[in-house]
Design a protein around this ligand. Structure first.
Ligand code: ADP
Ligand code: MG
Length: 238
């Protein structure tokens, strides 16, 4: 578990500024959702926290510790994407235990660590299957399982449900909420689905063009949007 701080974080790609001074403080165990139009910098912000992009200025802290120069491996963060690339030639169990295999953890111990994650996600009966034998929702659960097995301090989700059909998306929302309640891990979650944001988040961060427009609870944003942009974004249909 961990607190996360972005302090005046700036990022440019060449001459193109993408993050223009982001300040966000996230409490230990909080579920924070980032929303905002396509291209406003949500994925880039997650990637800077994961250490996959260097920042141009500012500071990022995890548990109060600056991590600007820390390589991704040492940040203890797991990321789940919308295109959950599972290894096709590995079973569900092997996919979930992949990070442990890389660390040369003995097989028996990998099995011991994979089991509880599989139980949480209802994957126990699928551990010997291959990705091609799974439904979209099951594959997304394996991707989440792979992140859980790493036992990270922070989970980053980047539009994890956008490839699923509407019914499954609703079911997965509750599963992810439950997961958060069980594990208590800090979660930063990007979505363009405003119902997802309103129903899942402790707090929502509304971004536009590399800046934070407003941070607040779903109720705050709904009742007291600071400007027309936030009002429009929160009020508009998904
Ligand atoms: P979002 O996730 O909110 O849709 P992104 O963070 O993916 O937005 O992108 C923000 C902006 O940064 C976009 O204009 C995008 O084209 C640009 N961008 C993202 N990654 C790169 C990159 N590696 N090189 C150059 N430009 C990038
Ligand atoms: Mg994105």
């Amino acid at each position: 578990m961990a607190s996360v701080e972005f302090i005046d974080v700036r990022k440019s790609f060449g001459a193109h500024p993408v993050l223009k001074g982001i300040d966000i403080t996230i409490a230990d165990g909080e579920f924070v959702i980032l929303v905002g139009p396509s291209g406003c910098g949500k994925s880039t912000l997650l990637r800077t926290l994961a250490g996959l992009e260097n920042i141009s200025a500012g500071e990022i802290r995890i548990n109060g510790r600056p991590v600007n120069t820390l390589p991704p491996k040492e940040r203890d963060i797991a990321m789940v994407f919308q295109n959950y690339a599972l290894y096709p030639h590995l079973t569900v169990a092997e996919n979930m235990g992949f990070s442990l295999m890389l660390k040369k953890t003995p097989k028996a111990e990998i099995a011991t660590q994979v089991r509880p994650a599989a139980e949480i996600l209802g994957l126990t009966h699928l551990l010997d299957r291959y990705p091609r034998q799974l439904s979209g929702g099951q594959r997304q659960r394996v991707a989440m399982g792979r992140a859980i097995v790493r036992d990270p301090q922070v989970f980053l989700f980047d539009e994890p449900l956008s490839n699923l059909d509407a019914k499954l998306r609703v079911a997965m929302r509750s599963e992810i909420k439950e997961l958060h309640q069980r594990l208590g891990t800090t979660i930063i979650y990007v979505t363009h689905d405003q119902i997802e944001a309103m129903t899942m988040a402790d707090r929502i961060v509304v971004m536009q063009d590399g800046r934070v427009e407003q941070i607040g609870t779903p109720l705050d944003l709904y009742d007291r949007p600071v400007n027309q942009f936030v009002a429009g974004f929160i009020g508009s249909p998904a």
